[in-house]
Design a protein around this ligand. Structure first.
Ligand code: SAH
Length: 399
């Protein structure tokens, strides 16, 4: 999601909440908020959880907001594009998916063109990236014949969009990566990890941390802090933080990265992970986007896209024993793969508005003030091999 730096956080709900949940009708019942307006069902569900179990971890709040089976943001809509809340690199230009596809296909060739292999995507949105990958790799001899396509998608709405985009392809869908066939795995994840639920901790004095949790004041959601306690997952952050600093963890990202790394180390393959974030995240990066503008992450649960910066060090560490590349800005990655030559070739067939849009899309993907620097690329790959083209190996003690 192309956004300026994160902002946070007003903690009260706006007075005039638009009630756009599809199933609010009979469910809103007699519940009324402070303004006597109806409380949307997801807010009521969250208030009930807090009343029952106490303040919620941000990760539980975020998971409900994004993925609640009836009211979650992703469950109920297609958030991409001009009519949605944000746009992504594959939606901006076909060049993004074409170059990713060719990089993965070259990596497949470099590993001896194994057959069969799994071509997987995490969080495929509208299926646009996979469609561009498949079109670009059609000319790679044996690639399509050897591949089994696997898409990991929780949203029924987006699965329908993917089915339409990838019509005619033999595709298996899953809710989570789960057990994969004992075959090399070539995987792409663009703007997937930023949607995974995070936890936030505030460094207390000494070596203790307080967790930020979502609590309620009346029917208003607000943030509170737990008592100070040790947090083993943050032992490595004691050296670079001071009291008052906020640090985020993303348990789901670590678990998924561990699974991918383990599979690639054992069976071969490569993963290309593209997202916004940094090697090591610091500070409060949770943000909400609605209609291409910032929103309050605690207001109107389920109505805005919630994301946080990706901590790539965490992914690389969890993915060991797979090797990881140097973390590389998206603009540099795409330039190394030849996006300028590809842009010129496509430009030759375009005129007027289409040409201007194409030039703007090229700039948007690569320019440091647009997506070129904020977004980064990390590859995971097996020992004894090189990362996919466009990326350099990081120095590994074990390599
Ligand atoms: N990769 C696409 C879409 C990015 S939006 C693109 O670049 O355009 C995030 C995607 O991840 C959506 O498809 C969303 O439904 C999916 N998603 C979010 N959380 C998920 C989860 N926990 N498990 C599986 N898919 C998830």
């Amino acid at each position: 999601m192309v956004v300026p730096p994160p902002c946070r956080h007003a903690v009260t709900m706006p007075d005039n909440r638009p009630d756009t949940s599809p199933e609010t009708g009979p469910d809103t019942g007699p519940d009324n908020g402070p303004d006597n307006g109806p409380i949307p069902p997801l807010t009521r569900h969250l208030l009930d959880r807090i009343a029952q179990d106490g303040p919620l971890r941000l990760s539980d709040y975020m998971a409900d907001c994004l993925l609640h089976p009836r009211y979650g943001y992703y469950t109920t809509r297609d958030p991409l594009g001009a009519a949605g809340d944000f746009t992504t690199a594959p939606e901006i230009s076909q060049m993004f998916g074409e170059l990713i596809g060719l990089s993965l296909a070259q990596s497949w060739l470099d590993q001896g063109a194994p057959s069969p292999f799994t071509l997987a995507e995490l969080g495929p949105g509208r299926g646009t990236l996979m469609a561009d990958i498949l079109r670009a790799t059609r000319g790679v001899p044996g690639f399509h014949a050897a591949m089994t396509l696997l898409l990991v998608e929780v949203s029924p709405t987006l699965r329908r969009a993917q089915k339409a985009t990838l019509k005619g392809q033999d595709v298996a869908w899953r809710d989570r990566l789960g057990d994969m066939p004992d075959a090399p795995l070539f995987l792409v994840a663009n703007e997937f990890f930023d949607a995974l639920p995070i936890r936030q901790f505030v460094r207390a004095d000494d070596i203790l941390w307080q967790e930020r949790r979502v609590t309620a004041q009346g029917t208003t959601l607000t943030l509170g802090l737990t008592g100070a306690a040790p947090e083993p997952a943050l032992a490595h952050r004691l050296g670079d933080t001071k009291p008052g600093d906020i640090v985020e963890t993303c348990p789901a990202a670590s678990a998924i990265a561990a699974q991918i790394g383990d599979h690639i180390a054992r069976h071969g393959g490569a993963a290309l992970i593209v997202d916004y974030g940094d090697w090591r995240s610091q500070g409060d990066t949770l943000q909400a986007l609605r209609n291409h503008a910032y929103a309050d992450p605690l207001a109107d649960p389920g109505q805005s896209d919630l994301t946080a910066h990706v901590d790539f060090e965490d992914i690389a560490t969890a993915a060991a024993p797979a090797c990881h590349s140097l973390l590389t800005p998206q603009g540099v990655f795409l330039e190394r793969l030849g996006i300028t030559a590809r842009a010129q070739a496509l430009a030759a067939r375009l005129t007027d508005d289409a040409l201007s849009a194409h030039v703007a899309a090229h700039r948007r993907l690569t320019h440091p003030q647009e997506m070129g620097t904020l977004f980064k690329t990390l590859a995971l790959y097996p020992k004894g091999h090189r990362p996919p083209p466009g990326l350099e190996p990081a120095k590994h003690d074990s390599a």
